[in-house]
Design a protein around this ligand. Sequence first.
Ligand SMILES: *[C@@H]1O[C@H](CO)[C@@H](O)[C@H](O)[C@H]1NC(C)=O
Ligand SMILES: *[C@@H]1O[C@H](CO)[C@@H](O)[C@H](O)[C@H]1NC(C)=O
Ligand SMILES: *[C@@H]1O[C@H](CO)[C@@H](O)[C@H](O)[C@H]1NC(C)=O
Ligand SMILES: CC(=O)N[C@H]1CO[C@H](CO)[C@@H](O)[C@@H]1O
Length: 419
Amino acid sequence: MIEGYWGCGCLAVLECILSIIRALQMGSCFSAESRSPLSGSPLSPHPAFDYRKKRNSRKKPGSVDFRKEEQLHRIPGRLFLNGSSGVASLYTQQGKKGTNQDAMIVWENFGSRTDTVFCGVFDGHGPYGHMVAKKVRDHLPLKLSAHWEVNISSEDVLREISLNTAGSVNSEETALISADKDSRASVDLDVTEKNPDIFKTLKESFLKAFKVMDRELRLHTNIDCFCSGTTAVTLVKQGPYLVVGNVGDSRAVLATRDKDNSLKAVQLTVDLKPNLPAEAERIRNCKGCVFALHDEPTVARVWLPNNDAPGLAMARAFGDFFLKDFGLISVPEISCRCLSEEDEFIVLATDGIWDVLSNKEVIDIIEYAPACSSAARTLVQTAVRAWRYKYLTTKVDDCAVVCLFLDSNLSNLSYASNT
Ligand SMILES: *[C@@H]1O[C@H](CO)[C@@H](O)[C@H](O)[C@H]1NC(C)=O
Ligand SMILES: *[C@@H]1O[C@H](CO)[C@@H](O)[C@H](O)[C@H]1NC(C)=O
Ligand SMILES: *[C@@H]1O[C@H](CO)[C@@H](O)[C@H](O)[C@H]1NC(C)=O
Ligand SMILES: CC(=O)N[C@H]1CO[C@H](CO)[C@@H](O)[C@@H]1O
């Protein structure tokens, strides 16, 4: 229901450019070879915005990248289309707004570890949002695994697991680690002392991978990420250890068994919108503006200083470089958790789901889905019906869902054969 940017299409982008000029008071020329919708405009980017300056050193778009992508898509255990595997179900459906800007991934045996899985959903926004979402889907996990494959040996991991399954860490000690406001990663001593080294290493890997990913979008891509970007809610589950990294307003929810054996929803992420006090403060400290418009009073947006450029409805995102000097960051908020026997499944989904269904409704739908393998599809279809029912006049949003089952023996789950 809520557009990533206020207004859409060319006018919004033009307005955005004019605003940047007003904000920076510059003059001269964008590179004429640019593929962006701004090409030929008599404008000069602020050095911070000039992600095109390495354009000449870039390899030609096409063959090499395309082959790499083909190889990536053939890796066994890596799913990015509608479907399911032994541990997960995933599904995405285009809304009624044009191109599907959502993307998703499940990658089993992640980083060549049989005990590890990576999952993510990405919700693009802006004119090239669909391309940014796919790019992050494909490149972010590679950066993440590259970082820790070098740094953790399997012996370390095994030692950690044997040390810590003895009960020193449990789900009560869930640590929500807020990344530093200025995108300088600070390590919360209290949290890291409580948690095993593996959390520290994974957390650092997330922070680094997100940083490198955003830098790559700025410098080395032929996708225009100036007024386009994406959310990312991602997780790595390694044995019983779960680390969730999030930018933007997609969400992760855990379904866990209560004492009375009913399923309870535990939200693992915070929707990183500009109305959160800490986010708004960071943005204002960077001279960005945060306010809602009259016609959508509940939707706080980030705006450039002193003007009405298209406002972005989230406080953190990949891309959107026109706002990156004004408080928008791509530093993930990271939470760590040690999974227990009571934990049944995790749902990652874009706001197309959460706008119309509560956390509890979502886990109930998965619990009573006819089959685990199609649980994600059942959820998306229910959300689409809810859209039609609740918002007759607005257009159904794109939806993407990844459902990760924590008891991988799917046939054993009581609810699998219930209905
Ligand atoms: C998933 O299925 C839906 C409905 O058939 C279709 O619109 C969508 O494009 C599919 N998406 C992928 C990524 O396979
Ligand atoms: C999974 O569950 C089925 C039926 O409940 C059982 O026969 C099978 O042995 C289980 N497999 C594993 C790996 O636990
Ligand atoms: C799987 O199901 C079988 C019988 O249906 C049961 O004996 C076994 O304990 C179950 N395993 C788990 C891990 O729940
Ligand atoms: C590849 C990689 O990023 N390796 C890192 C491993 O950890 C050390 C510090 O512990 C880093 O300096 C390396 O960059």
